[in-house]
Design a protein around this ligand. Structure first.
Ligand code: URA
Ligand code: SF4
Length: 210
């Protein structure tokens, strides 16, 4: 199976999944969206009201702000794979339970493995908790961690800034820093070999080992 076929298969599995009680309240599961070869993957918490209605991640108010944040790092939403730690909406947007996070974990693991993003951005503490034990978001927001050969940047959740406007500036600033990080991640261009002047070029026989 190609990577695209495997990603499509994961989508279908998620849509039919009954591994945890969250399936009961869903209208639409939200597997995630974006290019399968995205450089950046953003991982949120779980679908809210609008996401459950549409089956797409971050389409409500927090999603609008996420678009703004991505623009601050020089990216369009279409270039980024966006998903969540749980793929079905928790009732009344409550926090996901540990057993729900555990039940849904494999889907995210497979998505990360297949997309193989250079940088992962975690949005909020549940997504952060997937990579880091006991971190405090107020202390480590915007920080880049090297985890399993990948860069994981821990960010505040965009919805947090909708409730606490003081966080908006921190988020915008952290996403602007991400731009530097994403560009630094580019493999260095091989330096062009300087052209040697004619007289310095070795004779053919000098190159020969025999
Ligand atoms: N909040 C999330 O964490 N994820 C979404 O998809 C939407 C809002
Ligand atoms: Fe399955 Fe995840 Fe939905 Fe639970 S939240 S039913 S584990 S897809």
């Amino acid at each position: 199976m190609s990577a695209t076929e495997r990603m499509d298969a994961i989508r279908q599995q998620i849509k039919a999944c009954k591994n945890c009680p969250l399936y009961r309240g869903r209208k639409n599961a939200v597997p995630g969206e974006g290019p399968y070869d995205a450089k950046l993957m953003c991982i949120g918490e779980g679908p809210g009201f609008h996401e459950n209605e549409q089956g797409k991640p971050f389409v409500g108010q927090a999603g609008k702000f996420l678009d703004e944040l991505l623009a601050a790092s020089g990216l369009k939403r279409e270039e980024v794979f966006i998903t969540n730690v749980v793929k079905c909406r928790p009732p009344s947007n409550r926090d996901p339970e540990p057993q729900e996070l555990a039940a849904c974990r494999n889907y995210l693991d497979e998505q990360i493995e297949l997309i193989n993003p250079k940088v992962i951005v975690t949005l909020g503490r549940f997504s952060m908790g997937r990579f880091i034990d006991g971190g405090r978001i107020s202390q480590i927001h915007g920080r880049a961690h090297e985890i399993g050969g990948r860069i994981v940047v821990t960010m505040y959740h965009p919805a947090a800034a909708l409730h606490q406007p003081a966080l908006k500036g921190a988020l915008l600033n952290d996403f602007a820093q991400l731009k530097v990080l994403l560009n630094r991640q580019e493999p260095p261009e091989a330096p062009a070999l300087p052209e040697m002047p004619e007289k310095d070029q070795p004779e053919a026989e000098q190159l020969s080992l025999f």
